[in-house]
Design a protein around this ligand. Structure first.
Ligand code: TYD
Ligand code: MG
Length: 441
């Protein structure tokens, strides 16, 4: 049975097409021959559930305890991890540092489709790697060749850098096309599972998140990790967004130094100028780890008809909702102002516990009232109420060096901790006179 697949978007058709009806590209139809299945249904095709093997619970350290924690104890044999991120963020660097750790256990194979051996050597020297002899490089980019040449070798780890540069000669399309990326991933997963070798697939994404390849690969691999960060501070966050062997949403923080990455156990996403209007601290959970972050807001009079909402590190829709709640319950005309919100240090936060801090930073900037080292934790409802959040005690503990902490009602009273039920009460904590400003009720 024949079918034709568009190498650009993956559209499938039983007939050949000159122009893809889905994405509009020309000459992308690729013939794929499906293997005929054995009609008799050979019994060896099946195995009963009882006889299915067990997943190894062995966890292999990456050499970074923070990364091991994010992976829930380390990497499992046969685990396939997709590491993506923008060019230059440090994917090859961290891959090589992990490779060095695995080289202690046996050969590491580094498939380099992007860089020459000399470039890799330069990086390895810069990273002061000691096990270069146990790291085998190959510039071969035919996945079938690579896998067959590893048949008799004991491999402890494999890096494919990058998935877009490797191909299989089964297909006629060029490396990087959707069908190639999919095919290469399938073959790599098969190799990893059969041989129990953990594999790190490096994938590029452009600023616009454009290349569809890695997106598609996400469904196939065990674990998806994104590398992102703030080039200014040198902090890099490795965020795990999918993990079949542990919880997702864990984050490991690194700092890029002269000789590679070092892990940061207690990163600071603050700038130490929480005394100026518009600055409020909060504590968010990324996975199982609390992070203290500083929220900065700037509210300024809008000079055009459409007020701006510009957010970095926080969802703009969440901020728009908070602006609507502030306008309605505090009667501040913020909806007609430009609002900019920034999370210091490049962390992207999704924890709703940051709501109160975001709202108070907006109010503080609007009123031009500095909050002097104030922290706030709490989710804000559409009714203006401040809702409880999980792990409040751990958050309070992380924020204990701040001047005062504003939180939803908690079980025990604590010094310096102000309990509020709604946004109005929160604002009265930061300055009783504020609610008496013109326009407020
Ligand atoms: P790289 O790992 O090549 O990024 P990617 O594979 O994601 O494209 O990292 C590139 C950057 O890292 C480059 O700007 C140089 C910097 N770097 C350091 O700061 N210290 C180091 O020890 C190394 C090896 C790289
Ligand atoms: Mg690279």
């Amino acid at each position: 049975m024949k079918k034709f697949v568009c190498s650009n978007c993956g559209y499938v058709s039983p007939k050949w097409f000159g122009r893809c009806p889905q994405c509009g590209e020309y000459d992308t139809a690729e013939e794929v021959v499906q293997r005929r299945k054995n009609r008799e249904g050979s019994p060896s095709l099946f195995l009963n559930l009882e006889d299915a093997g067990e997943i190894s619970l062995e966890r292999l350290s990456t050499g970074f305890s923070e990364l091991d924690r994010a992976f829930r104890g380390g990497i499992v044999p046969g685990q396939v991890i997709l590491l993506s991120g923008e060019p230059g963020i440090g994917k090859s660097t961290i891959a090589l540092q992990i490779a060095e750790r695995f080289a202690e256990r046996g050969l590491v194979v580094y498939v380099s489709g992007e860089e020459s051996p000399q470039q890799l050597k330069l990086r390895a020297d810069r990273l002061l790697l000691k096990r270069k002899k146990d790291i085998l490089l190959t510039l071969e980019n035919d996945i079938d060749e690579i896998i067959s040449s590893l048949q008799n070798k004991r491999v402890s780890f494999m890096v494919v850098d990058s998935i877009q540069t490797v191909f299989s000669s089964d297909l006629g399309s060029s490396p990087g096309s959707i069908s190639q990326v999919k095919n290469v991933t399938m073959k790599t997963i098969d190799f990893a599972k059969k041989r129990g070798v953990p594999v790190l697939l490096v994938g590029h994404v452009t600023k616009e998140g454009e290349i569809a390849g890695p997106k598609l690969v996400e469904h196939m691999v065990d674990t998806v990790a994104y590398f992102e960060g703030d080039r200014r501070t040198g902090l890099r966050l490795l965020k795990i967004t999918k993990n079949r062997f542990g919880p997702s949403d864990e984050v490991a923080v690194f700092e890029l130094k002269e000789n590679g990455f070092v892990q940061v156990e207690n990163p600071s996403f603050t700038e130490g100028d929480a005394d100026l209007p518009g600055n409020v601290l909060t504590c968010v959970f990324e996975g199982t780890k609390p992070f203290v972050v500083q929220i900065q807001a700037l509210v300024s009079k809008n000079r055009t008809f459409s007020p701006k909402r510009v957010c970095k590190g926080v969802d703009v829709n969440r901020v728009m909702l908070l602006i609507a709640v502030i306008s309605k319950y505090l009667k501040f005309p913020i909806e007609t102002h430009d609002v900019y919100v920034n999370v210091v240090g490049g962390l992207r936060i999704t924890d709703p516990a940051a709501d109160l801090a975001i709202a108070l930073s907006i109010v503080s900037s609007y009123l031009e009232v500095p909050l002097h080292n104030t922290a706030a934790v709490g989710e804000i409802g559409l009714d203006g109420r401040v809702r409880k959040v999980y792990n409040i005690n751990r958050r309070l503990n992380s924020l204990k060096s701040s001047g005062r902490i504003i939180v939803p009602p908690i079980e025990e009273e604590q010094k310096g901790v102000f309990e509020v039920r709604d946004l109005k009460e929160a604002v009265s904590v930061i300055g009783g006179e504020i609610l008496g400003t013109p326009g407020a009720d």
